[in-house]
Ligand binder design. Sequence first.
Ligand code: SF4
Length: 511
Amino acid sequence: MERIHKKGVLAESSALILAAHDAGAELLWDRYEQQLPLCAFTSNGLNCRKCFQGPCRINPFGDEPARGICGADRDQIVMENLFQATLEGVLESARAAALLGVGDAEQELPDLGPTLSSAASVRLSKTGILPVRKADLFAVQNSYFSHKGYLAPTLRDLTRLGLIHLGFLAQAASAARRSEASPFSPDGVNLLILGHASSELRQALAGLAAQRSGEKRINLVAQAAAVDHGSPELTLGMNVDALLVCPDAAWPGAETLAKRYGIPVLIADAEKSAGQVAAEAIDQACRHAQTAARGAASRLAAMPDVGRPAILDLEQALRSAFTSGRLTGVVVLVGEANVKQSFFERTLASMEAALAARALVLVGGGLAPETAVLAAEVERRKPSLSAFAAELEKDGLQPVSSFGSLLEIPRLASVLNRLTDGAGGGLPVVVGFPEFFRASTWAGAVSFLALGFPVQIGIRLPFWGSPSLVEAITSEWPKITGGRLLATPALPEPAAQAEELVGLLKTPRPA
Ligand code: SF4
């Protein structure tokens, strides 16, 4: 707790961390430090728990053991770990779609045609990867585990998984957009929802909240929409009145912390009906609001345009800004804060480099709610960038905008593909994942790669224990997808990596 500046680069985050520390609360950094040093085998993808003969591990220095009990070598084990991480990410998004009430077994994935550029469509059809269907989720498997010639076929399956992932995201987005986001009241009662609430539960909550005329408004704040400075554990220091935990919530530590703060915790399980859970959650939140002292560290705020990101309706404006020379390209930044690096440091470095190169920045995923905070920080650090903002105003564009959650990736890709498909060379687009930890976010990166975008990764991936795999994913994968993965075992400094990302804007995408 002594090195607050290492934990996040936003000044307000430090205030929240210190307030939690003063309350004797344990945050994710404390637990991270207790994990150190991290297992070097796992960090390099060199351990395997695929079957119950193991777990097995491979010596990273070439000594014994060089093979698992079944005979799998380092290449096979690392590839298996890469494959399983991607599959887990796709399933995370499939579960989100299911919780939103779409994507049952009979419902086929939506047509991915509009999401693909013409070049990607031709390339993926030629190799037999397209079309993808939901049943392919059960057909893809790292069945090449026992063969030495498995690397390229598995890369094709990873690409297929990336496309299936887009299908689940598109399904979930259509369901999420159907539920109108209620306006946020700064003085309201704050109910924070972790994970995806089912459609029945969201309807029940919205119905009960709307019935409260003449009383404080109930703010139903989805975790994905809250300005949380990088972690829901920090959100809990911002006047939250109750925490509702849904089945796919990812932060067990938040429940413990909420109890420590005296915030009621409710579980959306199958024991109670959606109406019962909603009534209890709102009742407990209101009781808490009546008696709780409002903390001074920060106030909860919700992203105003979640689910309806206006930037995706500005295709013509982007085209106009590019053709007039006011804009050199688009840098898409996706992810969420990761405890292994200073929160938002790499994202801010990428933003600054992009804006200095006169590229528009689109922020999404878990970073989306932080867009305004991050844009203000860039403005504070680099006042000279205001000239670029003034230029873009002529097109009705802002230099930094949010495109929404991961669910919006298919719609974003459709817009970007129409812009990049322009005759005579379209708008250059690069995608960065400067910080993230969720498997579904990694699957999002695989989806962008499958669509043929250049993708840079800002964390150290746990797949570098196999030199053959490094070669395959950096040189063979682009041949399949047209996309390019920029990721290295040694993580560059944030500023250097940001320059590399922006430099990609000048590299034409393969036809
Ligand atoms: S290396 Fe082979 S034997 Fe060991 S856990 Fe993995 S699959 Fe099982």
